[in-house]
Design a protein around this ligand. Structure first.
Ligand code: ADE
Ligand code: ZN
Length: 349
């Protein structure tokens, strides 16, 4: 396959249909306003927004903190195991409809346990939906438990201890929430304990925080992927290391624009990251809040950065290689991609 030299519309149709892998998605960030208000009513939680329009109107963020304030308010409607089940299954049904074949999803237990929701209710609801998603839809998944870095290292350690009985159904740990002022170094002990238990490790770094946080995540937390990482470009030596070691970066273009990490999609670092030989993947972060799921993120960067079929193929292949899956699943995804690509060229000679 040398590339599709068709119109942008043809490439967009291919992007919509190609088998996709999502590696950076917060389940709580898939809570659409309609579901949020429905759960608020069901659980008798006062959210302070009269309707969907009022809620959507509030989705204007000046930075990560302003988003997180609203995002955590939204999580307050999630109370029962059934709520977590519905949230997760709704995402997986959407994922299936947009040809996402594998999703590695984050959840933030502390945003629920600090309100008195039992850890088990969160985990069991999410887990049951992931299992059903694989059984019924064929969407495979991995579950990554994130620590809220702004609650500090002791809270992270306590949450990891609480997760003890469930470690067999958690695949990895991550680090999220307000970044600046909460460097990865603070969380070394909990990450060491998690890795000793055979869990994968990832961390948000270099979203609002400096390139030094990316280095700390690699050197001290020994993470296998960096979530976001767009600020790596400020340090050419770090870019060289990330490229040489093929450390995947899970980039979220629409999120970056909505949170002011980049001034516009046209100025997004993705193209420069590809040119630097980095292992970059496209993801959606908190799609209910940022105006698009995975397909919309791909389409938006394709347009804004005028990406070619070969760029799209590189991004897709990078996502397959960055996923926590075995070689046979990886090969299947690549074969499905090639099949979609060849079918597409045959359909559009
Ligand atoms: N939690 C949910 N979305 C996040 C993001 N983009 N950065 C940090 N923490 C988050
Ligand atoms: Zn994120």
């Amino acid at each position: 396959m040398t590339g599709l030299r068709g119109t942008p519309e043809r490439l967009d149709a291919f992007i919509s249909a190609m088998p996709k892998v999502e590696l950076h998605l917060h389940l709580e960030g898939t809570l659409e306003p309609e579901m949020l208000l429905r759960l608020a009513e069901r659980n008798r939680v006062e959210v302070g927004f009269a309707d969907v329009h009022a809620l959507r109107a509030a989705y204007r963020f000046s930075d990560l903190r302003s988003f997180l304030d609203l995002y955590y308010r939204g999580t307050e409607v999630l109370v029962t195991e059934q709520d977590f089940f519905e949230l997760t299954l709704t995402y997986l049904e959407r994922a299936d409809a947009m040809a996402i074949r594998h999703a590695e999803v984050f959840f933030d237990p502390q945003s629920h346990t600090r309100r008195g929701v039992p850890f088990g209710a969160v985990l069991e609801g999410v887990r049951a939906a992931l299992d059903e998603g694989e059984r019924r839809l064929g969407v495979t998944s991995r579950l990554i438990m994130c620590f809220l870095r702004d609650l500090g290292p002791e809270a992270a350690a306590a949450t990891f201890a609480e997760a003890g009985p469930y470690l067999d159904v958690i695949d990895g740990i991550g680090l999220d929430s307000a970044e600046v002022g909460y460097p990865p170094a603070l969380f070394q002990e909990t990450f060491e304990a998690a890795r000793a238990n055979g869990l994968h490790a990832v961390a948000h770094a270099g979203e609002e925080g400096p390139p030094a946080y990316i280095e700390q995540a690699l050197d001290l937390l020994k993470v296998e992927r960096i979530d976001h990482g767009v600020r790596c470009l400020e340090d050419p030596r770090l870019v060289g290391r990330l490229a040489r070691d093929r450390i995947p970066l899970t980039v979220c273009p629409l999120s970056n624009v909505r949170l002011g990490v980049v001034p516009s999609l046209e100025q997004h670092a993705l193209r420069r990251m590809l040119a630097a030989g980095l292992c970059v993947t496209v993801n959606s972060d908190d799609p209910a809040y940022f105006g698009g799921y995975l397909t919309e993120n791909f389409l938006a960067v394709r347009r804004a950065l005028d990406l070619s079929f070969n760029d799209i193929r590189t991004l897709a292949a990078d996502s397959y290689s960055a996923a926590f899956i075995d070689e046979s699943r990886r090969r299947r995804l690549l074969a499905e991609f090639d099949e979609a690509a060849s079918g597409y060229t045959l359909d559009h000679p």
